[in-house]
Design a binder for this molecule. Structure first.
Ligand SMILES: [Zn+2]
Length: 346
């Protein structure tokens, strides 16, 4: 089946200036947008973002925090956190990043698109209700998920986060909530120093946070094996009605921060796995939102791989799944931690 694939893009995402040496800079998206124009000129539906409304933002953030972000417009430069500088027009990008994810979701819910990639910045998965940090201001995916739950009655949302950093902001939002299953693969010993195996949720949300710390020498095949073996049972047992992907590409080996051994192929294979496995649950709508990825050329290569798969005219034979001892031991540990909750494995 040919998917109708949308992208959220807008040059106002370049207004957020972070300084010359900052890894999360406008050049990232400029390079990605150039790649889109060259490689996908007629293949994508362009979705224009609108700023998030106050009502959208307050699904996640406190009124005082939202006011604080608005007031950054009074400064040429100011730090919201030691690693999160903003310029006088950053608030425009931030409002549009959250609003762009809402627009992307609306395009899915209306049937205009089957899959959407929100190519936005600043990223969001580290943002908490009252704190910016880790280059993130508003929690773009968290807001989209809350919107889907509260405005559209979704009860089973899978959020998959393959950024090399743990998405502490997303996890916090849904830690006590069984309407979101949050699956994160990340490496430990880095910002934000959360995402241990033992963080599995609490109360009603017990068993719905699935954290898989991965070693730095993880390879593409390990990654594919791990995702294939985890997503299969998650699709079958949890049966998500909506899939949101916190798409961070800083695991790429050329990334100045990530430095694992992954190549852009890993992200192609994950996308293939998601597409194939979601067929088992009537192909729920699929939204990717950009998180990390700080080598502009590597980032564009990774995004291209994801969009290549989404825009395929026909399903191609996927790469044969080879046994990966590293991938297998990660999956077995996840199963051992989570079997007692019976959420996706019993
Ligand atoms: Zn990251």
């Amino acid at each position: 089946m040919i998917l109708k694939v949308g992208v959220v893009r807008d040059d106002r995402y370049l207004l957020h200036q972070t300084g010359l040496d900052h890894p999360e800079r406008a050049a990232r998206l400029k390079t990605v947008y150039r790649m889109l124009d060259k490689e996908f000129a007629d293949a994508l539906i362009t979705i224009e973002p609108e700023p998030a409304t106050l009502e959208h933002l307050e699904l996640v953030h406190t009124p005082a925090f939202i006011r604080k972000i608005l007031k950054t417009s009074e400064h040429d430069f100011i730090n919201l956190a030691p690693d999160t500088p903003v310029s006088s027009q950053s608030y425009i990008s931030a409002w549009l990043a959250a609003g762009g994810c809402i627009r992307g979701l609306q395009a899915l819910l209306s049937g205009r698109c089957d899959a959407v990639f929100c190519l936005v910045r600043p990223p969001g998965h580290h943002a908490t209700p009252d704190k910016a940090g880790g280059y993130c201001i508003f929690n773009n995916i968290g807001i989209a998920a809350k919107y889907a739950i509260e405005r559209h009655g979704f009860r089973r949302i899978l959020i998959l986060d393959f950024d090399i950093h743990h998405g502490n902001g997303i996890q916090d939002l849904f830690y006590e909530d069984d309407s979101v299953l949050y699956l994160s693969t990340h490496s430990l010993g880095r910002y934000p120093h959360t995402g241990e195996w033992s963080e599995t949720g609490t109360g009603r949300g017990l068993g719905y946070s699935v954290n898989i710390p991965v070693p730095n020498d993880i390879s593409d095949m390990d990654f594919l094996y791990m995702y294939w073996k985890l997503l299969g049972p998650i699709m079958r047992y949890y049966r998500p009605e909506l899939i949101l992907v916190a798409a961070g590409f800083d695991g790429h080996h050329r990334d100045p921060i990530g430095r694992t051994q992954l190549t852009e192929q890993a992200f192609r294979w994950i996308t293939e796995a998601i597409l194939e496995l979601r067929d088992a649950v009537k192909s729920p709508p699929l939204l990717f939102a950009l998180e990390g990825g700080h080598d502009a050329a590597a980032l564009a290569d990774c995004v291209k791989q994801v969009l290549d798969v989404l825009t395929w005219k026909e399903r191609r034979p996927r790469i044969p799944l080879l046994l990966s001892p590293k991938g297998k031991s990660l999956v077995e540990r996840a199963e051992a931690v989570h079997r007692k909750y019976g959420v996706w494995i019993s």
